[in-house]
Design a protein around this ligand. Structure first.
Ligand code: FAD
Length: 605
């Protein structure tokens, strides 16, 4: 029997990105005892990388904006399989959450008359993204962290949760290890909030940080919760592609919001070639109109570079496949061209996009004020996640809540840029509030020590495997390559069937993965543990993608290239069956109230 230190909380939050911090602050404000756990250092969560901004209909730059337009944009972007209630709450509450952040000390860029400045982003009808240059995530995390520290949150850093404990059908605690020393600790709580972020590390090319291994998805799945919409992965159209060492690093959509254009190797603006019907009325049909839109001309329509991410990514792939790509297999993104239209363009670009300027200069020796960037799609965001109740964020396991990227619902088939940071604030707050209320109403149930011991034994297995057995890094790389090529941007039945077979083989290899050394800061061990999560998440992605025999948002099937009205009526949900296999089923979308339907119709013009 392993001895371990035990901590008891009313509400335990796992993850200190935007969603986790916001949840912890809210739970703490409700007067309950809150613990916060994170895999990295406080302030270093993936959210810190967010660049372009947080979407909220503040209407500071264009007074035609409102929650209704934001709601309709989000539903259309998600191709109408979003949870309408989440989209409604999000659009209504995001402005207050942003103003609250400002009151807590976030210093946003300002309009000339001193209000929060908002910028254009793909799929948003009006300039809507409150931002801090292209470092918005840093400001968001800094502000929430200050607020959390001020509230006296109990933070456990560099601690990896390996298992959720369930007693009498309720979430009762977690077990995990300190990354520094490898010592196990048990945490019990009356309510647990998962805010563990995304799963981009299931793919070879990704913008996600090392933390994005789908831990929360897998922890919840193994604890009996349902996952939803796992087939919907967002491949952001613009990641760096050269040099190879930086492949996948994000190039913010803010570049296109500031007037950046996409060109193929012939120098043609190919985005004008294919404008989807639902967006035709709102999209510029000439270059001049597109430019005027980016400069705030309210009579102009947005340029096609600001169509939704799924569409832009596929247009780039089309150019590359047709042999019209850039030398390293992408296309060109040009912001330098704006000097033809704007005096002082060089200083303007450096001021509006300081991180992008620095990133390309340092990593690629490219001066973006003078030359175009080479870009291509990168795995960026997972729309799928833990299935939650829209209002409370509670999962299908009582006492287990989820918020942020690891939860599903608000984004449907495709997320609009900027809607994640607002999601973290709106639903992080809600998760904290309702988790605290749950904890007050339901005293903690005792965590099961035998369950904790089994989780520890399993986590330690890689140390017991003979030398020369499988290497966890090799298995992880094979998984990432396989997901990239078989369940990537363009999918087909036969390739995904092959992916499911390969996943079984990779799981068998992962079960043989052995490591040497001791438990202190052992990256091989950390990788072996991450692998279990990545494999579970990858299987949910592949099986859900097989089930959706149509193309919608981030899920594109070459064998079913069109949207099917039948598939617009349900979400795909996966759950662990009693025999340990993955159960996949279709769950009808809840009916949308007439007044919300009307808002969507009104906004189609
Ligand atoms: C480069 C980049 C730029 C982006 N720009 C924008 C933008 O401008 N606007 C926008 O809206 N969105 C943007 N996004 C998306 C957005 O940043 C993310 O979706 C969002 O930050 C996720 O936040 P989160 O709180 O859900 O999780 P994260 O910020 O990913 O935090 C997860 C937390 O969970 C912890 N954790 C994970 N697993 C465990 C475990 N097993 N045990 C303990 N702790 C664990 C981690 O340590 C971390 O603290 C961007 C994404 C990238 C990659």
């Amino acid at each position: 029997m392993t001895s371990f230190e035990t901590f008891n909380y009313d509400v335990l939050v796992i993850g200190a990105g935007g969603a986790g911090l916001r949840a912890a602050i809210e739970a703490s404000a409700a007067g309950v005892k809150v613990g916060l756990i994170c895999k990295s250092l406080l302030g270093k969560a993936h959210t810190v990388m967010a660049e372009g901004g947080v979407a909220a209909a503040l209407a500071n730059v264009d007074d035609r904006d409102s929650w209704k337009v934001h709601f309709a944009d989000t539903m259309r972007g998600g191709q109408y399989v979003n949870n309408w209630r989440m989209a409604e709450l999000h659009a209504k509450e995001a402005p207050d959450r942003v103003r609250e952040l400002e009151a807590w000390g976030a210093v946003f860029d300002r309009t000339k008359d001193g209000r929060i400045l908002q910028r254009n982003f793909g799929g948003h009808r009006y300039p809507r993204l409150a931002h801090v240059g292209d470092r918005t995530g840093l400001e968001l995390i800094r502000t929430l962290q200050d607020q959390g520290v001020h509230r006296g949150l109990d933070v456990h850093m560099e601690f990896t949760v390996v298992s959720l404990l369930v007693s009498d059908g309720r979430a009762s605690g977690v077990i995990g290890y300190e990354r520094e020393r490898g010592r196990f600790k048990l945490f019990t709580a009356a309510a647990i909030v998962l805010a563990t972020g995304g799963a981009g590390r299931a793919y070879r090319i990704t913008s996600n940080s090392w933390e994005g291994t789908g831990d929360g998805h897998a922890l919840a799945y193994r604890a009996g919760a349902e996952l939803m919409d796992m087939e919907f992965i967002q491949f952001h159209p613009t990641g760096m592609i050269w040099p190879p060492s930086v492949q996948g690093i994000l190039v913010t959509e803010g570049v296109r919001g500031e007037g950046g254009i996409l060109l193929n190797r012939e120098g043609r603006r190919f985005m004008f070639d294919d404008i989807p019907e639902p967006y035709r009325n709102q999209t510029a049909d000439n270059e001049d109109e597109g430019w005027r839109y980016t400069q705030g001309d309210k009579s102009a329509r947005r340029p096609p570079e600001l169509l939704t991410r799924d569409h832009v990514a596929r247009c780039i792939m089309r150019e590359v496949k047709a042999g019209r790509g850039s030398p390293h297999g992408g296309v060109f993104l040009d912001i330098a061209w704006i000097k033809k239209r704007l005096s002082g363009a060089e200083a303007h670009i450096k001021r509006k996009l300081p991180s992008m300027y620095h990133q390309f200069k340092e990593l690629g020796d490219i001066d973006i004020t003078r030359e175009p960037m080479e870009v291509g799609p990168t795995t960026h965001y997972i729309m799928g996640g833990i299935r939650v109740d829209a209002d409370t964020q509670m999962s299908t396991v009582p006492g287990l809540f989820a918020a942020g990227e690891c939860a599903a619902g608000i984004n449907g088939a495709n997320r609009l840029g900027g809607n994640s940071l607002s999601d973290l604030l709106v639903f992080g707050k809600r998760a904290g509030e309702f988790a605290a209320a749950f904890a007050k109403e339901h005293p903690a149930v005792a965590a099961d020590a035998a369950q904790a011991q089994r989780a520890i034994d399993e986590a330690l297995q890689p140390f017991a495997r003979p030398a020369g057995s499988e290497n966890p890094f090799t298995v992880q790389a094979a998984l990432q390559d396989m997901m990239q090529s078989l369940v990537g941007i363009v999918r087909t039945e036969s390739e995904m069937q092959q992916a499911v077979r390969e996943l079984a083989a990779l799981s068998a290899r992962a079960a043989r993965a052995g490591i040497t050394g001791h438990r202190e800061y052992n990256p091989g061990w950390h990788t072996a543990i991450d692998l279990r999560n990545l494999l579970a998440v990858s299987e949910a992605i592949a099986r859900s993608a097989l089930e959706r025999k149509e193309s919608r948002g981030g899920h594109f099937r070459e064998d079913f290239p069109d949207k099917s009205p039948e598939y617009a009526t349900f979400n795909i949900v996966t759950r662990r069956a009693a025999d340990g296999t993955m159960d996949v089923r279709r769950v009808p979308l809840p009916p949308m109230p007439a007044e919300l339907k009307q808002i969507i119709e009104d906004q189609k013009a």
